[in-house]
Design a protein around this ligand. Structure first.
Ligand code: 8NA
Ligand code: MG
Ligand code: MG
Ligand code: MG
Length: 306
C-alpha cells in the first residue's frame, strides 16, 4: 500500500526535528557551547545539522534524476556543505576536497584508508525509502550507491541498508506498533551479516520482545550511542520501535538520555516514528525552514514511482 502524504511528511519532519532538537544536547561542553552560538536561526528557530542537510541533498537528486546519480550527489553534498552544520570530521574534509576539484572515488578514503564506518550514510536514507518504498531490492541497491559516495566501509553500508529496510517497513506496514516491530526485527535478522550488527540486533530484539524497557544509559552502554554506524543504527531503530505508540516528546527525551550522538540518534529514530505515525504529532515544534521540508516530502510523495 502506498504510504500517505502524512507519512511522507512525518518521516522527514521527524528526522529534521530529531536532529535539530537533539543537536543542542550533543557532545561535551565545548560542542554544546558552540551549538548555543550556531544552533538557532535569526528568527530563533532550532537549526538542523548535517543529518537533515544531507537528507535534503539526497531528496534533491532523486527528484531531479529519479534515481541516485553518484557524481551529482557528491556535487550536491559539496555545494551545500557548511561548517556550522556540524558535519562528521571525515565527511567535512571529504566535501571540502570535492569542492576543490577532487573525485569522490579517491577522496573518500583519504581520511580512513578502508573508508568511513560513520553513521553519516545511514542518517540520510529516508528519501530513498520514501522514493523506492514499493521495491525493496531497488531500495537496497540505490542505498548502496548513495552511501558509497562518502562511506566506503562495509559497516557504514550495512548500517544504511538496515536503516532503509526499517524505514521501508514502517512506511508500508500500517499495523499497530507490536506487529510492525516484529516485522522490522524479522527483516533485519534476515538481512544483516556483520557480527557488530547481529549481536546488537539479538540483544535489542530480546529486550523488545520481553518488554524489558531498560533505561537510556543501559541502552547506550549495550547497544551504543556513538558516531559509528554499528554503535548507533540498531540503537535508533530499537528506540523508535519502543516509542511507536508514545508521544514524540517521550522519544526525544529518551534519545537525549542516551547522550553521545544525540542529533543523529534523534534523526534516525524520529524518521521511523514519523514514517509510522505521520506528521500530526509533529506540528507544534518549531523548526528551521519547516515549510520547505514539508514541500520536499510532498514532492517525493507525488512523484515517487508507483
Ligand atoms: P565521519 O566519516 O567523520 O565518521 C564519524 C566518526 O566515526 C569519525 O570521526 C571517526 O571517529 C569514526 N570513524 C569512521 N570511520 C572510521 C574508521 N575507518 N576508523 C576509525 N574511526 C572511524 O562522518 P560521518 O558523516 O559518518 O558522521 C556523521 C556523524 O558526524 C553524525 O553524528 C553527525 O551528526 C556528525 N557529528 C557528530 C558529532 C558527535 O556526535 N559528537 C559531532 C559533530 C558531527
Ligand atoms: Mg548532525
Ligand atoms: Mg552532530
Ligand atoms: Mg550526529
Amino acid at each position: 500500500m502506498k504510504p500517505s502524504r502524512e507519512q511522507y511528511r512525518g518521516c522527514l519532519l521527524g528526522l529534521a526535528l530529531g536532529d535539530a532538537l537533539g543537536a543542542p544536547r550533543e557532545g561535551g561542553w565545548l560542542e554544546r557551547r558552540l551549538w548555543r552560538w550556531v544552533g538557532t536561526t535569526r528568527q530563533g528557530l532550532p537549526r538542523w545539522t548535517d543529518d537533515t542537510q544531507m537528507t535534503l541533498d539526497v531528496a534533491e537528486v532523486l527528484l531531479r534524476e529519479g534515481e541516485i546519480h553518484q557524481d551529482r550527489l557528491a556535487a550536491t553534498f559539496a555545494r551545500h556543505y557548511h561548517w556550522s552544520r556540524g558535519y562528521g570530521p571525515g565527511t567535512a574534509r571529504l566535501l571540502r576536497r570535492i569542492r576543490r576539484g577532487a573525485a569522490w572515488q579517491t577522496a573518500r578514503t583519504a581520511q580512513f584508508p578502508q573508508g568511513s564506518y560513520g553513521n553519516g550514510a545511514a542518517m540520510r536514507v529516508a528519501p530513498l525509502a520514501l522514493w523506492f518504498h514499493a521495491d525493496p531490492a531497488t531500495l537496497l541497491l540505490q542505498t548502496q550507491l548513495a552511501a558509497e559516495v562518502t562511506h566506503a566501509h562495509p559497516l557504514a553500508l550495512e548500517g544504511a541498508e538496515a536503516m532503509a529496510l526499517a524505514l521501508q517497513t514502517a512506511l508500508t506496514h500500517s499495523e499497530d506498533g507490536p506487529t510492525l516491530g516484529a516485522a522490522v526485527w524479522a527483516q533485519l535478522q534476515a538481512y544483516c551479516t556483520a557480527p557488530e550488527f547481529l549481536s546488537r540486533l539479538a540483544l535489542a530484539q530480546t529486550w523488545w520482545q520481553g518488554q524489558a524497557n531498560p533505561p537510556p544509559p543501559w541502552v547506550a552502554q549495550h547497544l551504543g550511542h556513538g558516531t559509528a554506524a554499528h554503535t548507533s543504527v540498531i540503537t535508533a531503530i530499537y528506540v523508535a520501535l519502543c516509542h511507536l505508540e508514545a508521544d514524540f516528546l517521550d522519544l526525544l527525551a529518551f534519545v537525549a538520555g542516551l547522550k553521545g550522538d544525540v542529533d543523529t540518534l534523534g534523526a534516525m529514530a524520529g524518521a521511523i516514528w514519523g514514517a509510522h505515525r505521520g506528521a500530526a504529532g509533529l506540528t507544534e515544534w518549531p523548526l528551521e525552514r519547516r515549510a520547505e521540508v514539508v514541500a520536499i516530502a510532498d514532492q517525493l510523495h507525488d512523484h515517487a514511482p508507483v
